[in-house]
Write a protein that binds this ligand. Structure first.
Ligand code: GLA
Length: 394
């Protein structure tokens, strides 16, 4: 992170010929298990990763804010007076504008600023680059105003920005972990009570390996909202408020009710994924505490199969990556992570074998798909940070 911060600081200096006054760094996340369970009031088990969105900023003599993205090589103007409305077309800055608008509405009034954004979270990789941008914006507003959001309010405000300004009906997982992640811990989040439970995950013999398939299938764009609708319908057919409230037995008992519906089979399988995934997620947190790695691996593979066959959010390349991982020595478990249709897999591997595992998987994946994957290993990182002067440029 220090390198990224130093680079952002020097770019700021070069562009604006002055030192930044505020610097924030907010991580992306990887979800170890618990996919699409968050909007069903279920459980998720993410950890923050050592990939960050950094914003450096200083006061500006204007009414609006001037924000430059290093990754997009583009400047935008952000309204600070509370008059912004959701955009017709969503662009990268919509996330920033959405958070600023919600913050102003919540009584936070940042003075005008100019900022540079620089991110090492891969875009469209399923590692929450957008949530880290949202939470970084909210954290910058805290740094500028000197006021603090309640952490839950902060995450929800960012989620609302994504709903309204980016038109993506996401759950709460990404914003919670980016805002509240803790070094050395994964977060078991009960998305109903919204109470996170920090689970120590600091065994140096085990590494978390993230492999980017480097594919993203932009199908119709409605896959995520479709899944949400199918889950809601399944809950209705089951007669429960949310799928979190159903058991597998209950689901099996009402299969005939599902069979009467034209999309009953689909909704049945969606529900089966959510119900079993919730159980796997709670189990995985427990198995990690007891360092039962073999069981953790089994749960991860089961989760992948469930996403592939019941929730239908994987794709050929990602399935290939998981299959290769499964047959590679030193891999404990592997599954797709994030919203789906491409992006990354997350694998638990033996640290001593991590370098070799990357080589083997890379070679086989390239042979099978013609695509070069990218890799990195990460430890559970700290959530949103406002960096003090002493850490700048180190
Ligand atoms: C995206 C959403 C999250 C969650 C995941 C799937 O990352 O933003 O809220 O639903 O997909 O687990």
């Amino acid at each position: 992170m220090k390198k990224l911060v130093a680079e952002t600081k020097s770019k700021f200096l070069k562009k604006y010929e002055t030192e930044p006054v505020w610097i924030v760094a907010v991580p992306g996340r990887v979800n170890l298990i618990g996919e699409h369970t968050d909007y069903n009031d279920g459980f998720v088990f993410p950890m923050a990763i050592e990939r960050y969105t950094v914003i450096a900023a200083a006061p500006n003599n204007a009414a609006d804010a001037d924000v430059y993205s290093v990754n997009k090589e583009e400047s935008v103007t952000i309204k600070l007076d509370g008059s912004a409305t959701p955009p017709q077309t969503v662009v990268w800055s919509s996330y920033i504008q959405g958070v600023v608008q919600n913050a102003v509405e919540a009584g936070f009034h940042p003075m005008s600023f100019r900022a540079i954004i620089n991110s090492s979270v891969p875009l469209e990789g399923g590692l929450s680059s957008s949530a880290s941008l949202e939470v970084a914006t909210a954290t910058l507003i805290e740094a500028i105003t000197g006021q603090k959001f309640d952490p839950v309010q902060k995450a929800l405000l960012c989620q609302k920005a994504e709903h309204l300004f980016a038109k993506m009906p996401c759950g709460i997982m990404d914003q919670f972990i980016s805002a509240m992640g803790r070094e050395g811990y994964a977060m078991l989040l009960d998305c109903r009570s919204r109470v996170p439970k920090m689970i120590p995950f600091d065994d140096l013999d085990i590494a978390v390996l993230i492999i980017n398939s480097n594919v993203k299938h932009q199908l119709t764009g409605s896959e995520y909202p479709d899944r949400r609708r199918q889950c809601e319908k399944a809950a209705q057919l089951l007669g429960v408020p949310m799928l979190r409230d159903a058991t597998l037995r209950q689901l099996e008992e009402v299969q005939s009710v599902f069979n009467k519906e034209p999309d009953g089979n689909i909704c049945f399988r969606r529900a089966r994924h959510i119900i079993t995934e919730n159980d796997r997620t709670v189990d995985m947190a427990d198995e990690i505490i007891h360092k039962n790695w073999k069981t953790c691996g089994k749960l991860m593979y089961e989760s992948h199969v469930s996403m592939r066959d019941d929730f239908e959010i994987t794709c050929a390349e990602i399935d290939i990556l998981v299959e290769i991982a499964r047959s590679t020595d030193g891999v404990i478990g592997s599954r797709m992570t994030g919203g789906g249709f491409g992006g990354c897999t997350v694998s638990l591997v033996k640290s001593s074998k991590a370098a070799n595992i990357s080589k083997v998987i890379s070679k086989q994946y390239k042979t099978k798909t013609g695509i070069e994957p990218t890799f990195f290993a990460t430890r559970p990182a700290q959530g949103a940070l406002i960096l003090g002067d002493e850490s700048l440029g180190k």
